[in-house]
Design a protein around this ligand. Structure first.
Ligand code: BGC
Length: 413
């Protein structure tokens, strides 16, 4: 399969998962509570805050032409309405390093973590997050926009609904009483009703606030002099109804994906992020069929899910598609290649059918901090030594880099 000219071949990361030392973010506070639900602390992560030049050079040398990463809001606006020029300058250097190495920077403005002050004020559980997010986006567009190739506003902005329908989110009244939320609220001098961390929120109305923040943020990003495409990214799954589960599956699709995809209609693109399939029965999600191969996340090994979600995203959002995340957590790197080959074959079929897919970003460039699960899941094309921070490219990384360079899956061996 040959991909269209100009196809974006990239890898994705998020600031909190690779930079290290994001001590002013709400996730850092949560990690360090005695009642933390995290299995370990992020610490120095992959120290990308200092090693971005080396990382850009490595990704470019492998063959990629783009890099999706996020800027950490808590560094840029450490207190409400107080912006750090030094942090902005840091990201200017990161963006410059991308350009120096021929990597088109795709920048995400919010990838799960928020400044601590925002969490203390109710985060995405309040409508006011829209104005706060827009102010931050406007500043970024003004100071850094000239170096952006494209921007994603909020990573997986449908996460709350997705987790709820996935059956992994406790009800609102339970979340508000979770020990970490009580403790984080106390430390932040606020109440557990008010304290809020995305996406572990206790109000089902959050989706509206997130969509509003996306709209205001996207407008702010476009208000600057620099012009670049802006979109949201949506967490998607192949959702399969088991007998009797049809109504549940339809509701999950509608409420956790389609409502958001419809809101992407005015955007320049929509980012599709797909990892697996979800099977839904009369009582809700049922997990993978016994005996099927599972990834380190407990997900069904299901690369075919990408084609299905790309087709649905295109049909509903009616804007160009970028696969902003596709990947697998596995210790067996040969399964990674198999997974990506199959996922890309699906993307190729979509393109052949006339769907405007503009890029594929593998999650993730390197093994990194997988949120609550810590450093156990291995999503990277590049391994990172946790003691020395040394990077070692895996065979899957060499292979996908060759695909990227050739713009084709046929020439890669
Ligand atoms: C998130 C990443 C995460 C990845 C793998 C995505 O939903 O955007 O932050 O590491 O999934 O679980």
């Amino acid at each position: 399969m040959k991909f269209p000219k100009g196809f974006l071949w990239g890898t994705a990361t998020a600031a909190y998962q690779v930079e290290g030392g994001n001590i002013n973010s709400d996730y850092w506070l949560m990690e360090h509570l005695p009642v933390s639900p995290f299995v370990e602390k992020s610490g120095d992560a992959c120290d990308q805050y200092h090693r971005y030049v080396e990382d850009c050079a490595l990704l470019a040398q492998l063959g990629f032409n783009s890099y999706r990463f996020s800027v950490e809001w808590a560094r840029i606006e450490p207190e409400e309405n107080e912006f750090s020029r030094a942090a902005v300058e840091h990201y200017r250097r990161v963006l410059t390093a991308c350009h120096d190495h021929g990597l088109a920077p795709m920048v995400t403005l919010h990838h799960f973590s928020s400044p601590r002050w925002l969490a203390a004020k109710g985060g995405f559980e309040t409508a006011a997050v829209g104005e706060a997010f827009a102010r931050y986006c406007e500043r970024i567009a003004h100071d850094l926009g000239d170096l952006f190739a494209s921007a994603c506003t909020i990573n997986e902005l449908n996460s709350v609904a997705h987790l709820q329908h996935g059956g992994v989110m406790p009800p609102d009244e339970v979340i508000v009483q979770l020990p970490w939320r009580l403790e984080a609220a106390r430390i932040s001098n606020t109440t557990p009703e008010r304290y809020s961390m995305f996406p572990f929120v206790a109000r089902s109305t959050t989706g509206q606030n997130v969509l509003r923040a996306h709209r205001l943020g996207a407008a702010a990003l476009k208000s600057g002099r620099a012009k670049f495409p802006v979109g949201m990214t949506v967490a998607m799954q192949e959702i399969e109804a088991l007998p009797g589960g049809e109504a549940n599956a339809a509701r999950a699709l509608r409420e956790s994906e389609d409502l958001f995809l419809e809101a992407a209609r005015g955007d320049d693109f929509v980012g599709v992020q797909t990892y697996t399939r979800r099977r839904v029965g009369p009582e809700g999600p049922v997990g993978p069929e016994p005996g099927v191969e599972q990834t380190q996340m407990g997900y069904e090994f299901r690369p075919q899910a990408l084609e299905i979600t790309v087709r649905r995203a295109a049909a509903v959002a009616k804007v160009p598609i970028i696969v902003t995340e596709s990947g697998i957590g596995t210790e067996d790197d040969s399964r990674r290649r198999t997974f990506v080959e199959a996922a890309l074959a699906g993307v190729g079929r979509c393109i052949k059918d006339g769907i405007d897919v503009r890029g594929y970003y593998y999650w993730s460039a390197m093994d990194n901090f997988e949120w609550l699960l810590g450093y156990m899941p291995k999503f990277g094309l590049i391994a990172v030594d946790r003691m020395t921070q040394a990077r070692t490219v895996k065979p899957s990384g060499e292979w996908l880099g060759r695909v990227a360079r050739a713009n084709s899956t046929e020439l890669a061996d």
